[in-house]
Ligand binder design. Sequence first.
Ligand SMILES: *Cc1c(COP(=O)(O)O)cnc(C)c1O
Length: 475
Amino acid sequence: MAEPEGQSDGTVAASAIPSLDRVLRSAPFAPLLAIHGHTHVAQQARAHLAQLRARARDGRLLAQALEPAQLGRAVAQALQAAARPALRPVFNLTGTVLHTNLGRAPLPEVAVQAVADVMRSPANLEFDLDTGARGERDARVAGLVCALTGAEAALVVNNNAAAVLLMLNTLAKERATLVSRGELVEIGGSFRIPDIMAGAGTRLHEVGTTNRTHARDYARAIGPDTALLMKVHCSNYAIQGFVHSVDVAALAALAQAHQLPLAVDLGSGTLLPLSRWGLPDEPTVAQVLAQGADLVSFSGDKLLGGPQAGIVAGRADLIAALQRNPLKRALRAGKLTLAALEAVLRLYAEPEHLAQRLTSLRWLTRPQADIQAQAQRILPALRATLKGRAHIAAVAMASQIGSGALPVSVLPSFGVRLHVPGAGGAALLRLQAALRALPRPVLGRVAEDALWLDLRCLEPEDETGFIHQWATLDP
Ligand SMILES: *Cc1c(COP(=O)(O)O)cnc(C)c1O
């Protein structure tokens, strides 16, 4: 290559940039072409040369950026960055355990293995190995759900929003569904009960007021057009004070008297009483069915601790009607989901071991003293990397369950608080950005001008990796 005509400050003009062809024929590109092939290398090299041209226009292109070795390094880096998955594991140190933006429940290893097994080969998804006849894809999971909840029947769809849609569309299409005004909730991520009702083709008949709804409000509202009574768990908010709502038992009695079904959207839905593990209690699916609900729907990836899924459990005739709805075909779960869900539900058969084996429950039940010991264990290494540029201290904090489960209860936890002195919020934003740029991004929570890293969800076996990665931080 001819020496580019340079300026005294070391910058060169765009005319000095070699052609794509010439770049690809230079020695440093031979190994890249051998590994990645012409198409991808040419694409990345073309993009890099375009960047260099933009730099030249701004008078910022240095001659050394055009050296073949330097061009090779830059394109190799771009190829590496392009190969990194956009969806990847992070450290969830936000303090919200079942974080919807971070994929909710992490799967236990047995479920991961079950998914991997059915991914690699054909599986008896809709095939009955006993009879040799065609089978129902939900059957295995439904059997486990029935055993755990006392339901007559159950089915699985893609998520709980789909479960609600399927119940409403099957049982109340072109007719009215009664719901209390206090339960017309928005769950987040644009799931709003009134919108789902419209989408399902049922008419929303609002009953009572925002803070108080009585059985007589429902009774008065029931008319010839009424097809369904629905109760929605107020997942992510709580109202206190002058409030009243109708419990499932009373609503079930009313529904039965009018020969109408009662559907309960339980949201998070737990299969076992959480007080067993010292957590605040939520109604279990079994309890709600025992109180007379005809159908109950709940998520697979909230308190249940499994994959994203929606489960409907309840009366066999109604579940059969849901199965026959053509929408079920559009909303059904895939074999990966069903494999993971089956593995997780099997863990519930041995509740004595559940808090050890089910990852989400293990995180939710970690004793504060454990987390505190971990914070003190890793603090010196974290502090050493920051070299005084940020104040770091081990402090008590409060985690949340998340995913709308038990919105007002908190779990005593521990973690580290990072405070960057001076420079207002800019230095803190830079530290957060540096943590997000790590190979496995670290996500915390900002409050009171500090970054809080709640260690509840840092598995002790990930601790060494966490510290190693932290040492590469450029604060
Ligand atoms: C979370 C939730 C939903 C939506 O469930 P997904 O599994 O996220 O689709 C619906 N209803 C209630 C009450 C919820 O809490």
